[in-house]
Design a protein around this ligand. Structure first.
Ligand code: ADP
Length: 399
């Protein structure tokens, strides 16, 4: 089945057109600056042909029109007409407690997504806009929602509950949901495959380190705990997000600085993490450059970033009752040998021992042969998971 995968953000849409039989990506691209000046679509075809199209792209519907236009264009396209798109798969950030797996999009599903907006105010609205744009433009094409939260939906209550009055969980659905589920699922399955083992007998920790970062404990193929919680703010230090902190300090800062709720949220989500600590950048490459320059604040940021991952690895090894594999993925996890080396330094007592040369060469298996725990560097491919899930659900729904 040929599936168009859409990842709709507030001002951007990333897309990929995938043939699920061959698992090949036929085309991919991104529309950026939707609703702003300087909007642009960048499109790459499987044979390397590339084009950038600038335009006045006012909203998500127009952005999807641009995507369809370039996919069907004579010189840069990959399809003859819209019917060649057999299904559309959407990355949807928050499925709340309703969805523990991917679903065919219906009016009822859209209603639930709307009800969940409060849980993901930045992410669910553009996801809904993308779905509505496709409904209008590709009237008869089935759409599937694949949720970032779904893989973590079966975590046990001791992982998902917070230590607050239980009534608040019942009343407002305040619990830990976890995110990046599609990525944690994909790389854990890849690791099992590379080990030649059945995932149902493995204990795996996956660290997804991108602009957003999260780590997951996966036992027998199920996520049993993960570092992001009610929102994608909890857990590891991230590009612009604080991760774990003493909840009372938020109240303290709000009082001291006279911040509104919105300003406090901006402080923790946009001005903290690597950028807040280093004062340099939210981009790990720039932080690493500043570390080489011995910029003190960047050294703190880098060390805290790695130290927190290391602490979670210890905690999750205990939660899992042992460890067979550790996986690094995401822009930082896949590319930064410095981060991987620092995280894995002096944790041989957990059975984790990396080979410095393999790590520096960005090889796929970076542990020494005698390491009890196999350490992998695996490229994530959330789009492929979304396309495969979409094809499966659409096939089931027509049979
Ligand atoms: P997103 O979460 O937005 O999908 P990515 O997974 O692309 O982000 O990760 C972005 C992060 O990856 C940035 O912090 C960037 O600096 C980092 N990164 C990319 N390449 C490298 C590299 N070669 N070395 C260190 N960090 C890198």
């Amino acid at each position: 089945m040929k599936v168009l995968v859409l990842n709709c953000g507030s001002s951007s849409i990333k897309y990929q057109f995938i043939d699920t039989e061959t698992k090949a990506s036929l085309a991919k691209g991104v529309v950026e600056r939707i609703g702003m000046t300087g909007a642009v679509l960048s499109h790459t075809r499987h044979d390397g042909d590339k084009i950038k199209i600038a335009g006045e792209i006012l909203d998500h519907k127009m952005a999807v029109e641009y995507v369809l236009g370039v996919m069907m264009s004579k010189n840069h396209g990959v399809i003859d007409d819209e019917e060649d798109i057999e299904a559309v798969g959407h990355r949807v950030v928050h499925g709340g407690e309703t969805f523990s797996g991917s679903v065919l999009i219906t009016d009822d599903v859209i209603k639930v997504l709307q009800d969940n907006i409060e849980l993901a105010p930045l992410h669910n609205p553009p996801n809904i806009k993308g779905i509505q744009a496709v409904t209008r433009l590709l009237t008869n094409t089935p759409q599937v929602g694949v949720f970032d939260t779904a893989f973590h939906a079966k975590m046990p209550p001791k992982s998902y509950l917070y230590g607050i009055p239980y009534e608040l969980y019942k009343k407002y659905k305040i619990r830990r949901y976890g995110f990046h589920g599609t990525s944690h699922l994909f790389v854990s399955q890849q690791a099992a495959e590379k080990m030649g083992k059945d995932i149902s007998e493995l204990k795996i920790i996956t660290a997804h380190l991108g602009n957003g970062c999260s780590i997951a404990a996966i036992k027998n193929g199920q996520s049993i705990d993960t570092s992001m919680g009610f929102t994608p703010l909890e857990g590891l230090l991230m590009g612009t997000r604080s991760g774990d902190l003493d909840p009372h300090l938020i109240l303290y800062i709000m009082g001291k600085e006279g911040l509104s709720l919105h300003e406090a949220s901006t402080l923790l989500n946009k001005h903290s993490g690597l950028i807040g600590l280093s004062g340099e950048s939210s981009d790990m490459r720039e932080v690493l450059a500043a570390v080489k320059d011995e910029q003190r604040r960047s050294v703190y940021a880098f060390e805290l970033f790695c130290y927190r991952i290391k602490k979670y690895i210890g905690a999750y090894t205990a939660a899992l009752g042992g460890l067979d594999a550790l996986v690094f993925t995401g822009g930082i996890g896949e590319n930064s040998s410095e981060v991987r080396a620092e995280v894995c330094r002096d944790i041989d007592y957990l059975g984790i021992q990396i080979d410095n040369l393999k790590n520096e060469n960005n090889e796929e298996l970076i542990s020494v042969n005698s390491s009890k725990v196999q350490v992998f560097r695996i490229s994530t491919n959330e789009e492929l998971v979304i396309a495969l899930d979409t094809a499966e659900i659409v096939s089931e729904s027509v049979h």
